[in-house]
Design a protein around this ligand. Structure first.
Ligand code: G6D
Length: 321
């Protein structure tokens, strides 16, 4: 398999893996030029941070100080605003070892960048091994107490080269609860039991169940999923495209994932020649729960001064009949 990554936003532009006939195709959504990434990308393949997800009213309080962020999603902040980590150029160092190859990207997000406190030194290391595992590991340290919640925003489509959309993909995920969203797609703070709902992926479920569902939570996000799921201790997540046979197994140290089925993936742009449309890709963003800074009962995203943020997610590609 082959993986291509840009130093611009640590953006994954290609993950090329075989289908059951041995045909190698790209299984992530990506664009042809940096200009397109800067003008029309809905975060295709890039790192998200300092804090992934929405932050209510684009502000938070820390140590008695009220920090103001960019209001780039109505009155809220999403994905840390236009100065987020997705649009900076990272310094890359090649890793070339016997059992794995990759790149280690580094960036210093200076105190106040995006509105966040603390100088934050960040390393993001991508490695690929001979088990067809792509590992992304994140490390960060800060000289002041701050908040951090990093993820990768790749859109997967296992059909290969966007031959089909993701509605018929199957998903299995060990999660008993998902976070209820309000009309602004912000967590209300309530965690809902998946049992008996289209959000129950503990057995195999096709994603189109969410698109066709009358459940209010599926409707308010544009007919599909755009929800945080709290993972069980066994954090196995498996995505499967029956047509091609391709599978993606995800394991992570993170407590949650946001499952986003590309419900807003519309716009006057093409994705490597294919007109953008709903459901062309889905994101499984490993992270803490969004807006955790406003919900004390959510897993914490505070990083203490001289503490160390560490996170690791492994994407293993394979085939299954
Ligand atoms: C939409 O609500 C979704 C987000 O979850 C996603 O990250 C973004 O599009 C790309 O705003």
């Amino acid at each position: 398999m082959l993986v291509r990554i840009l130093d611009y936003g640590c953006t994954i532009t290609e993950i090329v893996v075989p289908d059951r006939e041995g045909i190698y195709e790209n299984v992530v959504l990506s664009l042809d030029s940096i200009d397109e990434y800067q003008c029309s990308s809905p975060y295709f393949g890039c790192i998200i941070g300092r804090v992934a997800g929405r932050i209510k009213n684009a502000e938070f309080e820390l140590g008695g100080i009220n920090y103001k962020l960019e209001k780039n999603d109505c009155r809220n902040c999403i994905h840390s605003g236009s100065s987020g980590l997705h649009q900076v150029v990272w310094a890359g160092k090649v890793i070339n070892e016997k059992s794995r190859v990759g790149v280690r990207f580094s960036y210093l997000s200076v105190n106040g960048e995006g509105g966040f406190p603390g100088n934050l030194w960040i390393n993001v290391t991508f490695t690929l091994n001979n088990l067809n595992e792509l590992e992304i590991s994140y490390e960060a340290v800060s000289d002041e107490k701050t908040i951090v919640n990093l993820t990768n925003h790749s859109y997967f489509n296992l059909s290969g080269n966007l031959k089909a959309d993701i509605r018929n993909h199957w998903l299995k995920m060990e999660s008993n609860e998902f976070a209820e969203l309000d009309d602004e797609k912000l967590p209300t703070g309530k965690l809902i039991d998946v049992d008996g709902t289209p959000f129950d992926f503990r057995e195999w479920r096709q994603l189109k169940n969410g698109m066709n569902s009358n459940d209010r939570q599926n409707r308010i996000v544009g007919a599909g999923y755009d929800h945080p799921f709290l993972l069980n201790n066994d954090k196995r997540i498996v995505l499967w495209d029956k047509e091609s046979g391709r599978t993606l197994k995800i394991s992570t140290t993170e407590p949650a994932v946001v499952l986003y089925t590309g419900n807003s993936l519309e716009g006057e742009f093409t994705i490597r020649g294919i007109k953008a449309r709903k459901y062309l890709g889905l994101c499984i963003e490993t992270q803490a729960l969004p807006d955790a800074v406003h919900h004390a009962h959510f897993p914490s995203i505070f990083l203490e001064r001289d503490g160390k943020y560490q996170s690791c997610t492994v994407y293993q590609f394979g085939l299954a009949n």
